[in-house]
Each structure stands twice: as structure tokens, then as C-alpha cells.
Design a protein around this ligand. Structure first.
Ligand code: ZN
Length: 262
């Protein structure tokens, strides 16, 4: 599942391509045909990302809500290129078209519905002015494992399995430790690392958590999965210890018994 860094990157790129102009909106599927008709010809005034949620705002007041879910994807294409039959919606400007396939959600929403989605989310490390106190409060009040809490979008928005594994390794916390046993200093460290890692991910366009100096080869030549400390690794990228691998909330989790003692 794409984590928040991808949604923020897409919001930025779509804004650069489409904002401020009337867009052509169409769909290859019956499912969103009515919505596409309604948006067609409207001026896109704003794109915004909140965690894994993307909103487009249009001049007429309409709001499009997209959540990619597990298999959804955006593709940037030329406006002349034909749509694939799997395209739920195409939003095209003069120079680029953005095609959406397989989203968990693609719907027009009211301002109240948009506000309810935003209100349900914990702070998003990629939003300027995000307040980490809500995340700290939720962690402090829960017996659940911190590795599980960090993937709960109501605790912190935008983090999925890859980032929670990597961030907890970097700050040295075992994912099975309960939220209330994470100290205030450690919560601060988790937040700071989340902010810097998601920014790096949005910049690089992929989740590579190691700094350039630690990469085994240049970024452009990395194999899939390289440049990470624990996620889908066998040995810790920081100290070389063999990793513990176990399910947490139904998702495979990796942690280092040396860097993240229980
Ligand atoms: Zn280690």
C-alpha cells in the first residue's frame, strides 16, 4: 500500500500539472461516469494530501476524494494517450493527464464529509504545523504495541508497514512494546524521524531510509528493497544482527534484537 509520502508527492505533481485550468474529466468505467461528467470542464483550484487521503477541490465547490487502498495507482500520461479500460477516472490538463486505477475510494464528497475524514486522522508528519501531541496522547493511553499504533491512521496519518518498521529500528524501540511504555522523549524521537523520513520519501519518490552515505550503490541503481534497515531484510542494516520476524496485527514485522532490545 502506498504510504503518505506518495500521496503528498502526487498532490504536488498534480497541482503543478492541473491547477488553475479547466480540466477534462472522463472515466472508462460506469462506476464513476456520473462524477466524471460533473467535474468535466471545471477549474481545479487545489489539491491536498492528508495522510493517505487525497482531495481535489474545484471552482464550483465540488470535492473529489481519493484513497488508493492496497492496489490503487495514479499514472501520469500524455493527454493524447488512450485510457486503459481499468481507468476509474482521468483528469487531464493541457500538458498531462492523470489516470487512476483500482482505488479503494474515488467519490465526490461534501465539505462536511471531507472535514470528517480529516478530523478522523492523527497528525500528518508531512503537513506544516501538524501537532504531534495527539499522537503522543494516543500512545500514552494505549496498551497496544507501538508497532501497531503507528499504523493506526487515527494515531498518526500516512505511516504504513514499511515506515513503522524502519522508524522504530532507527529510534531503537521494539515494535511489541506497549504504547504507554514509550517515554515522552522516545515519542519525540519517533515524530522527528517520521517527519524527516516521510520528507525524504516524498523527495526520493520511494522508501529508501538510509542516508546517501550508507547506500550500497547510487539511489538510481538500487535494487527493490535495498537501502532499508529492517523491512523485508534478513539482517539489521545498522549492526548486522539477524532480525526477529513476526506478525503484529496481521502484518509481518521486522526488528533487530540488538538495536531494539525488548
Ligand atoms: Zn541492529
Amino acid at each position: 500500500m502506498p504510504e503518505g509520502h506518495i500521496i503528498h508527492r502526487v498532490a504536488r505533481e498534480q497541482s503543478a500539472d492541473l491547477k488553475g485550468q479547466p480540466v477534462r474529466v472522463c472515466s472508462a468505467q460506469e462506476r464513476f461516469a456520473e462524477g466524471a461528467d460533473r467535474l468535466d470542464g471545471q477549474v481545479l483550484t487545489r489539491t491536498e494530501a492528508w495522510g493517505k487521503h487525497l482531495f481535489h477541490r474545484y471552482e464550483g465547490g465540488d470535492i473529489l476524494h481519493v484513497h488508493l487502498g492496497l492496489i490503487g495507482k495514479w499514472f501520469r500520461r500524455s493527454p493524447e494517450e488512450a485510457m486503459q479500460p481499468t481507468t476509474r477516472v482521468r483528469i487531464a490538463g493541457s500538458d498531462a493527464a492523470w489516470d487512476l486505477t483500482g482505488p479503494m475510494r474515488c467519490a465526490l464528497v461534501t465539505p462536511e464529509e471531507r472535514a470528517a475524514v480529516v478530523a478522523s486522522l492523527g497528525p500528518d508528519p508531512l503537513r506544516r504545523g501538524a501537532d504531534p501531541r495527539r499522537m503522543a496522547d494516543r500512545l500514552a493511553r494505549s496498551d497496544k504495541p507501538v508497532g501497531l499504533l503507528l499504523m493506526d491512521q487515527a494515531v498518526v496519518a500516512g505511516i504504513g508497514n514499511v515506515y513503522r518498521s524502519e522508524i522504530l529500528n532507527i529510534v531503537g524501540i521494539d515494535p511489541r512494546r506497549s504504547g504507554r511504555d514509550v517515554s515522552a522523549e522516545e515519542v519525540e524521537a519517533i515524530w522527528a524521524e517520521a517527519v524527516s523520513q516521510l520528507r525524504l520519501g516524498a523527495h526520493r519518490g520511494r522508501i529508501v531510509t538510509m542516508p546517501t552515505s550508507e547506500l550500497p550503490r547510487p539511489l538510481a541503481r538500487l535494487e527493490p528493497g535495498e537501502g532499508r534497515y529492517v523491512y523485508k531484510q534478513t539482517h539489521c542494516g545498522r549492526c548486522g544482527t539477524e532480525l526477529d520476524v513476526y506478525p503484529l496485527g496481521g502484518r509481518t514485522t521486522w526488528s533487530c534484537p540488538t538495536c531494539q532490545p525488548r
